[in-house]
Design a binder for this molecule. Structure first.
Ligand SMILES: O=C(O)CCC(=O)C(=O)O
Ligand SMILES: [Fe+2]
Length: 265
């Protein structure tokens, strides 16, 4: 599942009210006249609903994501125009992944490196990068996991309890000159992983995937159809099964910073 980021000005979202019960989350949305409204998703998808296609729109997040999220819209939004649904969903997505987050993460990473502050490195494989959960990101990650990753994982990663994720390990990884170069072949210590490319300019750094395996079969051969390279693009993210074997190729030029959220239960 790929997620992406460069579209509508969410402040233009119109005021939308609804009184559905069975509400998953209360996200405050600000419209152009600064009225506070609630953007909400249902706890369970509407199974009888056939989602619209959003392929023809130039969206900030992938069209597929909008089609999936549509099933979780409250009834009174579900029956409105496609434009209205897009605005409503976009506002919720924007709230969970605000662009400011990217700057906060980068700033924190720089501060750690310039002050030589002692931090726990995210995994035994990284010499650079820092764990963010302990530095004020806990609530934001809780919200991101609960309101955004769980609904998607419930559908995409049901076998590993996608909807019951309740623990996360969030960190940034950094690659480039004087930083890490690449990342070896591994599986994550997670059920589901969100990997967001924060920037900046770089060459290389592709993720190579080699099929899902349990711990015991981690080193078995992959089949050709399991081999897949994912090219990072700043502002885009990939959500993958934690046991999907992968690694990151060398960042051959520039500076790459990614935000990783390992979600567990
Ligand atoms: O460098 C990347 O984008 C991947 C990082 C990763 O796989 C991890 O930290 O588990
Ligand atoms: Fe990983």
């Amino acid at each position: 599942m790929l997620l992406n980021n460069d579209f509508i000005d969410h402040k233009k979202s119109s005021t939308i009210k609804n009184d559905d019960s069975n509400i998953k989350d209360n996200t405050t949305i600000e419209d152009s006249s600064s009225n506070k409204v609630k953007g909400r998703l249902m706890q369970n998808p509407n199974k009888n609903h056939k989602s619209e296609s959003y392929d023809d729109l130039k969206l900030d997040f992938s069209a597929e994501l909008f089609s999936s999220l549509e099933n979780y819209l409250p009834k009174d939004i579900l029956n409105t125009s496609r434009d209205n649904k897009v605005k409503y969903m976009y506002t919720i997505l924007h709230d969970y992944l605000p662009p400011e987050t990217q700057y906060r993460v980068e700033h924190f990473e720089k501060w750690v490196n310039t002050t030589n502050f002692q931090v726990i490195r995210p995994t035994t494989m990284n010499k650079f990068g820092v764990v963010l959960d302990d530095f004020g990101f806990q609530t934001m990650f809780d919200k991101l996991m609960e309101g955004f990753i769980c609904p998607l994982s419930k559908v995409l990663f049901a076998k590993v309890g996608g909807s019951t994720l309740d623990f996360h390990h969030g960190f940034v990884v950094e690659y480039g000159i004087d930083k890490d170069v690449d990342l070896g072949f591994h599986v994550d210590d997670s059920e589901v992983t969100l990997n967001v490319c924060l920037g900046k300019q770089f060459s290389g750094g592709e993720l190579f995937f080699r099929g899902i395996r349990c711990e015991k079969h981690m080193h078995t051969k992959s089949h050709p159809e399991e081999n897949f390279d994912y090219f990072h693009i700043p502002g885009q993210a990939v959500l993958h099964h934690g046991r999907h074997r992968h690694g990151a190729r060398a960042t051959t030029w520039g500076h790459r910073v990614n935000l990783i959220l390992w979600c567990k239960r």
